[in-house]
Each structure stands twice: as structure tokens, then as C-alpha cells.
Design a protein around this ligand. Sequence first.
Ligand SMILES: [Ca+2]
Ligand SMILES: [Ca+2]
Ligand SMILES: [Ca+2]
Ligand SMILES: [Ca+2]
Length: 285
Amino acid sequence: MTIRNSDGTEQKVQVFETGYQGPINTTAVPDLDGDGKVEYACAPGAGGGPRISLRNGSDNSEQKTFFAYEPSFLGGVSISAGVINGVNALVTGAGSGGGPHLKIFNLITGAEMISTFVFAPQFRGGISVSLADTNLDGVLDVIVAAGPGGASHIKIFDGVTFQIIREFFAYDPQLNVGASVFTGNFDSDLNPEIAVALGAGGLPLIRIFDASTGLLEQEIQVFESSFTGGAVLGASDYNKDGKLDLLAGAGVGGAPRVKVYNNNDYKLLDDFFAGDSNLRNGVSF
Ligand SMILES: [Ca+2]
Ligand SMILES: [Ca+2]
Ligand SMILES: [Ca+2]
Ligand SMILES: [Ca+2]
């Protein structure tokens, strides 16, 4: 995995076994050891086993590792971390090939707090997961999207009651390429946004919804419309102005191209290749 700093410098970290060459999903984790630096967690993308690796943000050392699903499952894992009801939690979603299986783990004790199917249990496209306080009650809520083969069905679960707060289709419900979600406050209001990208087979489009109202705020075409590998999403304060910027990368089939969109005006801040531009495995964050 490559950690890219905003000054363009890069750092390589060996997260999983050298035999694993596929994508790696990462998520920031609240500072667990109190040294002022946030930690992060990694999980393999499609093709990898469901092993979670919790890493210290200061020295990248592995703090904890566990399997989120059956070790034989090779569809990868979508992950998102945050404090839910006072617990440092990791939310996981089984990747493509798996059921719509959502789990929430206590990152301190390793205990499994929730294990549930968020769409029809027989669906085998997996899910994408993210966290944001959508109803502004101070507790993070869980946002999920159906993966490949599913429509762009988004559901928001209340972090306190785990009841559905809202659900909607981010794109045409007839489109069955699946979707992925990424949340953050990408503009100047107080509400978080839900960014949604289409999966492989879909256009490289991103739609940004207000998480509290479900209203569409922005649509961005990230790559040429001839590219149908879909897009992947992430976020980082790339220009270090204290405001979260949106990252979009090419899905599998595309070169590892990354675009960075500024907070609020979604102006393009950067456009670069995260690795060899001749590869066609896309990118993951
Ligand atoms: Ca720390
Ligand atoms: Ca909430
Ligand atoms: Ca906002
Ligand atoms: Ca920024």
C-alpha cells in the first residue's frame, strides 16, 4: 500500500502477505492510543480474504488483526471506522460474491456488536459501508449501498436504534451495476454528504447527496464516459485547509488514476496516477 502525502511524497507499507496483489481498502480510525495521531485499518478488496489489519498511525505497526468473515471468503471487505455510541467501532461489509452482510466490531475488545443482512440475504453483490451522523443527533449512522448486480440502493441505519432512517436509489433503479458510498462533510453546511459512485459496468459518475435530506447536491463526471469501470471514492484534506476534499479513482479496468475535488466548490485540485499508468487494476483508497 502506498501512503501519499499532500506534498507528493510517498511511503510504502506492507499490509498483507506479499502473495496478495489486489486492492486494499483503508479507513481512518480514531486515535486509540492517545498520541494525537489517528490510526487506520486496512482490508483487502476483491480477491482477498476478509482479514482486517488495524495499524498504528504513528509507525504503521499492526495493533490487531482478525477475520471479519469466513477466512475462505475472497470478495474483499468494505470498511469504515468511528465512535458509535461511545465505542470505537469498525463497520464491515462483505464484498462482491458475499451476502449483504454488515458487521460492527468493537475495535478495543474485538467483540462483534452487530451482524445483520441489510438487503435480501440471497443477494451476492456484497455491500459498501460508510459512517456519518445523518440525523445530527451526535451519533454516527451507518450508510450502505448494494454492490455489483444490485441497483444503487442506499440505506441509512440509525447509529442508536439501528432502524432505517432513510433509503433511496442514487441512480436509475433499473441500473444493476451496484454502487459504493463514501461520506464526509464535503461542503460548507453542517450536514454530512453521501457520495455515491457506480460500480463496474457503470459510467464514471459520482453523485453527492445531502445525508440529512437525501437531496442530490452535485454530480461529477470523473473520467471519460467511454470508461465503464466505475469509480471508487475516498476523502482527505488534500490541500490542508481544514476542510475535507473528495477523492475519486478509477475502478478495475482503468489505470490507477486519482482525481481530487476541493471542498464545497468541487474544483479539481489534483489529477495523478497512484502507481504505474500502464496497469489496469484501478485504484482503491
Ligand atoms: Ca494514535
Ligand atoms: Ca445519528
Ligand atoms: Ca455538508
Ligand atoms: Ca481541503
